[in-house]
Design a binder for this molecule. Sequence first.
Ligand SMILES: Cc1cc2nc3c(=O)[nH]c(=O)nc-3n(C[C@H](O)[C@H](O)[C@H](O)COP(=O)(O)OP(=O)(O)OC[C@H]3O[C@@H](n4cnc5c(N)ncnc54)[C@H](O)[C@@H]3O)c2cc1C
Length: 233
Amino acid sequence: FTLNGTKMFTTNAHVADYILTVTRTDRQAARKHDGITVMLVDARAPGLTMRPLRQLGRTATHTNELRFTDVRVPRRNVMGEVGGGWTNLTKGLGVERMSVAMMYAGTAQAIVDYAVAYAKERKQFGQSISKFQAIQHKLVDMQVKADQSRLLGYRVAWMLQQGLPCFKEMSIAKLHASEALFDIANQGVQVMGGWGVLEDYDMELYFRDSRIGMIGAGASEIQKSIIAKQMGL
Ligand SMILES: Cc1cc2nc3c(=O)[nH]c(=O)nc-3n(C[C@H](O)[C@H](O)[C@H](O)COP(=O)(O)OP(=O)(O)OC[C@H]3O[C@@H](n4cnc5c(N)ncnc54)[C@H](O)[C@@H]3O)c2cc1C
């Protein structure tokens, strides 16, 4: 195969040996979902260039723009059927949703724990700010959202274990966990006041990192469309 084109947003491509690449190998296919082929591309193949992209958060794993100019890929690097990549992709995307949902649930709890510890230590008006009901309520709201994310993730794990279809539940878990994570980080900054936006404290990092969750691995709008379809709407 000879690949030509551009792919925005390829995280960690700059440290990869191979890049799992979704290509269109048949432009005449009757359905848009047909004619898609997945292949492994050597990250050092001639004609493949990368441009690092600067981003708001998650700077430890930056993303890249890839340009393919007459990149040759041997047929043995095709994964699955030529032209039949979509079926496997949808299965993989479901698992990706579940994985990121659990990652966000764990990060959410880390943020709650961090904010609780800070609130207990920080003193204003002669007492820990954790004694102010306004702060307590924020921390409780954060904990409830973190628990919801975790439990929605556990539901998917349980359904997978039982062999039950859970396409809708995967999207619900991802949608909720990513939106909850951003809300929790936002509240976490508020609990910490000005200290929450200083780079000296982890909360600033949590806040920036959490924003991408609602976009990557299928944006919230797309998850809602998937859920709506599964609801027969
Ligand atoms: C930091 C980062 C790392 C990433 N890493 C990877 C990676 O490693 N591999 C990879 O393949 N991708 C990666 N992505 C890409 C990510 O999956 C996309 O950014 C995401 O799917 C949204 O696509 P888009 O950015 O082109 O936005 P667009 O598709 O242009 O969407 C813009 C807005 O329109 C909405 N929208 C678009 N289509 C519809 C629709 N049909 N119905 C309703 N609303 C719609 C979107 O929800 C969004 O709000 C990464 C993105 C980021 C930000």
